[in-house]
Design a protein around this ligand. Structure first.
Ligand SMILES: Cc1cc2nc3c(=O)[nH]c(=O)nc-3n(C[C@H](O)[C@H](O)[C@H](O)COP(=O)(O)OP(=O)(O)OC[C@H]3O[C@@H](n4cnc5c(N)ncnc54)[C@H](O)[C@@H]3O)c2cc1C
Length: 375
């Protein structure tokens, strides 16, 4: 085991929470600093593909996720009018779990936070890191409340717009707008929905339904969108989302009129980033979206963040100096995350300029198969 006794995790999202839990699991003292004083997450859902369940299982978290969620047995693709064109069965990777799991983000957040509390991680809420001073044997961290603390390792898990990334690598490394926006809305689950239903609307965008629990699903819509129209008043969002979904028939037409609550529409630009390797400087490492924020086309962003957390602790357990540990981490993570970011982006590019000679579902399958490989 590498000589890491005390670590700071910056950011209490999926990557930061699982990193803190994983580090506690190998006996490291962990503090976590989270900027958002409410430490809440928005209400829509998350798809957990097999590799997410496998990594969560290694941390003892998969069973709770599956219990709180809804099985996803495969995918069903439709033309915009609702005609079914393909039905995929995702093979179960572990007989204890469904092939994929859908659950709400707040449910996942509660599972992770509750385990964090059990592990005795000290949480600094409503604070940020104001300065990182690297020493050969550690990092001195100054916090926004004016206090300082020494750590052996700092993990920047502060998301796509990471401040830790800027502190390490400067302002040039920023997420890029991919040209699409994502729209999500929770609705009562339609009877029998146990797959991800995708509706391909060509240049009009792609819509989908994802089961999240026995009673809940979310409606997903992803579309080409001008960069100068990213600020939309909340009260306009439901009508705008409904009108964009008018090109779709089938189940999407059935649920469309339920989109009425301005607070319920989660509208986001789809940005991505791949930080060139290495994702660390000295004893400060980026994980999750801070290092490899992906577009959501294969539901892999959070899955990769959890894998980062797991691989980091496995490599710490493997021993050696911190440089060797972090290089081994990069060897196992970089190409895999690069493939996720790039293949997901290629699905988004296809959606913006559909090429009939390419089936984006093939790219999605390639990515699912790649991520099912051991990490
Ligand atoms: C439309 C859409 C759909 C998606 N669907 C899926 C899916 O189905 N499956 C999947 O696996 N992934 C999905 N993702 C991706 C997934 O949400 C992210 O990859 C995942 O949340 C990344 O986790 P993270 O911990 O790195 O970052 P985040 O979840 O963004 O967490 C970062 C945390 O850091 C905190 N923070 C920010 N700045 C600071 C600071 N300076 N100091 C301290 N704290 C800070 C934030 O408040 C937050 O709590 C989707 C993404 C989008 C946009």
């Amino acid at each position: 085991m590498a000589d890491i006794q005390k670590a700071l995790v910056v950011g209490g999202g999926i990557g930061g929470l699982t990193a803190a839990i994983a580090l506690r699991g190998i006996g490291v003292d962990v503090d976590l600093v989270e900027k958002n004083p409410r430490w809440d997450v928005y209400g829509v859902g998350i798809i957990q593909p097999p590799n997410a369940l496998r990594a969560l299982d290694a941390l003892g978290l998969a069973e709770a996720c599956v219990a709180a969620g809804h099985p996803i047995l495969g995918g069903r693709n439709h033309l915009a009018d609702g005609t079914v064109v393909a039905n995929d069965d995702y093979p179960p990777v572990d007989p204890r779990f469904p092939p994929m799991n859908g659950l709400t983000r707040p449910a996942l957040h509660e599972i992770l936070k509750s385990r964090l509390r059990d592990e005795g991680v000290a949480v600094r809420l409503g604070e940020v890191v104001s300065q990182l001073t690297q020493r050969t044997d550690g990092v001195t961290v100054a916090f926004s409340d004016g206090t300082t603390e020494d750590y052996d390792l700092v993990i920047g898990a502060d998301g796509l717009y990471s401040q830790t990334r800027t502190m390490l690598f400067g302002d040039e490394l920023r997420p890029r707008y991919t040209g699409q926006t994502a729209w999500r809305y929770n609705a009562p689950r339609i009877d029998g929905l146990d797959r991800i239903h995708i509706y391909i609307g060509g240049e009009g965008g792609t819509a989908g339904l994802v089961p999240l629990s026995d009673s809940l699903m979310y409606v997903l819509y992803i579309t080409k969108w001008p960069q100068d129209r990213l600020k939309i008043p909340a009260e306009e969002l439901p009508a705008l989302m409904r009108s964009r979904l008018e090109i779709f028939g089938g189940e999407i037409a059935d649920v469309r009129e339920q989109i009425t609550d301005p607070e319920g529409v989660v509208f986001r630009p789809v940005d991505n980033i791949l930080v060139p390797r290495p994702w660390y400087r000295g004893r400060v490492l980026l994980i999750g979206d801070a290092a490899h924020g992906t577009s959501p086309h294969a539901g892999q962003g959070a899955a990769q963040a959890v894998e980062d957390a797991l691989v980091l602790t496995q490599e710490l357990e493997g021993g050696g100096g911190i440089d060797a540990v972090l290089e081994r981490f990069m060897d196992r993570r970089f190409e895999r995350c690069k493939a996720v970011v790039e293949l997901s982006a290629s699905i988004g590019a296809w959606e913006q300029n559909p090429d009939p000679s390419i089936d984006p579902n093939d790219i999605r399958h390639e990515l699912i198969a790649l991520c099912a490989q051991p990490v």
